[in-house]
Write a new protein. Structure first.
Length: 534
């Protein structure tokens, strides 16, 4: 097949061929391919026929010339022409014969050229047909093979399926999905708190450490409603809470409206606080608002009945909650001294154990109503000889003595889950030998209250506008010292803006770390957001 194709290519490339090359090609094609035999035989016959025709034509030509000669002879005889004229006629006949031979030779060449072209066309046609047959056979064979493979695969799958159906089913063991552990209450609360703090700018973080009167923030003489002034003030300083006194309370409707309007004006949850101890120190009960009156703690303590203390906590907490408060600076957890002129009837008594039992019970009752309790005044002011409202006051008990007496009520309150503890301004020389007021003392707050007693709730200073602080420290100094000592919230600084800017600057210059501020905020917001998960 390859040889035949090459011969065809040679025909196409060489253009014209002489007679000898054509005859050699015809002989080669006869040897290579049987399919061309018939064509070659026909070609040979055509050649023989052509030769015969040529011979016949030659004979006819000779006969014609003889006839012509006869004619010429007759003409010569008739016309009596000379013998010289005969010779001229013969010469003319020879020239005519030569012309006819040349013409015949040209016809034969044209015939051979057409036959060569025809043979080339036949060769290429045969090659094309053969290639087409090969391609068709390949496609057909591939299709058959693919079909066979698919049939075998299908048969195998059916056999496997049948084998599975015939096999006895085994007991299916469905594994229970792994239990998804739900986040605990504390984990959920921590997530909410951290989310809130992470979005707060530093200015709001620092402001959130302060509890102030509404007057100190708004500049109004007496605040009895929460309007545009309160809104503007909270936008500028997002304080952590407000404390209200007698002058802020006119009647139930006014108080309820003021508190309810204050909450939505704050960018963050806010403490709305009051001193409602029962007895003499009761801002609401001693106003025009009609509530259930609760005896002073000395009277309740004298009964030795802890359930009475619990009910007192429930009563106070219930009406405070109804009015809109959420933090109460009570109960008093101090152990009174004999003839105590400072505490009077605000304490449950002189017996530390009784005071501890009463304190734990009233905390439970109050916080059960949704009101956060704030025990006061750590480490205890019962034995102090003076009032911190008026100046410096010192207690001389040793740390060991306080452990067996003053600390007991606070430990009971911590065990009951109290949200806040207020630290007083007394100088506890048995704890802080430097003579620093407890509210500004790291040994008192961090070493003893947090370290020894294990308290991790909110620590709030007593009011920083008392003479025990203002006579010895500026607003800036007191605020920064309290935070450094471990306090979380600063109550009523003498000059709020000055104190705020001092703490902010201390954080900005690195004196106080921002993480230290975040630490206090986490304690604060654990309490503020606690009801969000209930």
């Amino acid at each position: 097949m390859g040889k035949l194709f090459n011969r065809a290519k040679d025909f196409f490339d060489d253009g014209e061929f002489d007679d000898d090359e054509l005859e050699d090609d015809e002989e080669d094609m006869e040897d290579d391919e049987d399919i061309d035999d018939d064509d070659d035989i026909e070609d040979d016959e055509d050649i023989d026929d052509d030769d015969d025709i040529e011979d016949d034509e030659d004979i006819d030509d000779e006969e014609d010339m003889e006839d012509e000669e006869d004619i010429y002879d007759d003409d010569d005889i008739e016309d009596d022409e000379d013998i010289d004229d005969d010779e001229d006629i013969e010469d003319d006949e020879e020239e005519l014969e030569d012309d006819e031979e040349e013409e015949d030779e040209g016809d034969r060449r044209e015939y051979r050229r057409r036959r060569r072209i025809r043979n080339q066309i036949i060769v290429y046609g045969v090659v094309g047909i053969f290639v087409a047959i090969l391609v068709g056979v390949g496609i057909f064979a591939g299709h058959r093979i693919s079909t066979s493979i698919k049939e075998k695969r299908l048969a195998q799958e059916q056999a496997e399926l049948l084998a599975q159906e015939q096999t006895e089913p085994e007991d299916l063991v469905i594994e229970a999905p792994p239990e998804i552990e739900e986040a605990t209450y504390d984990e959920q609360l921590e997530e909410i708190v951290n989310s809130c703090i992470s979005e707060m700018p530093l200015e709001d973080k620092v402001a959130g450490l302060f509890i102030v009167t509404p007057e100190s923030l708004t500049g109004v003489g007496t605040v009895t409603q929460a309007g545009e002034g309160t809104q503007n003030a909270l936008n500028e300083y997002a304080v952590g809470g407000f404390i209200y006194f007698d002058k802020n309370i006119e009647d139930k409707e006014q108080l309820t409206e003021m508190l309810s309007n204050t909450t939505p004006k704050s960018k963050y949850p806010i403490f709305l606080t009051v001193d409602e101890e029962g007895g003499e120190v009761s801002r609401v009960a001693n106003s025009s608002i009609e509530v259930i009156q609760v005896d002073d703690m000395a009277t309740i303590g004298s009964t030795g009945d802890t359930s009475a203390a619990y009910e007192a906590g429930v009563t106070i907490g219930s009406y405070l909650n109804e009015l809109g408060f959420n933090l109460n600076f009570a109960p008093v957890a101090d152990v009174a001294a004999a003839n105590d002129e400072v505490l009077g009837n605000r304490s449950f008594g002189e017996d530390a154990a009784v005071v501890a039992d009463m304190t734990g019970s009233i905390v439970e009752g109050m916080e059960g109503t949704g009101i956060s309790a704030c025990m006061k005044h750590f480490p205890g002011i019962g034995t102090s000889e003076g009032d911190t409202h008026d100046g410096r006051v010192e207690i001389t008990k040793s740390l060991e003595e306080m452990r067996t007496s003053e600390f007991l009520p606070f430990e009971a309150g911590i065990e009951s889950g109290v949200d806040c503890i207020m630290v007083s301004h007394v100088v506890a020389s048995g704890i802080d030998t430097e003579g620093v007021p407890s509210s500004l003392s790291e040994p008192v707050i961090t070493t003893v209250l947090r370290g020894e007693l294990g308290y991790d709730g909110i620590v709030i200073t007593d009011a920083l506008n008392m003479s025990a602080i203002t006579e010895y420290y500026t607003s800036e100094e007191a605020a920064v010292m309290a935070i450094e000592a471990g306090a979380d919230m600063l109550l009523m600084p003498e000059d709020f803006e000055t104190a705020y800017n001092a703490v902010l600057t201390a954080v900005q210059d690195g004196t106080i770390s921002e993480e230290r501020i975040n630490e206090s905020l986490r304690r604060i917001y654990r309490v503020k957001y606690a009801d969000k998960l209930e």
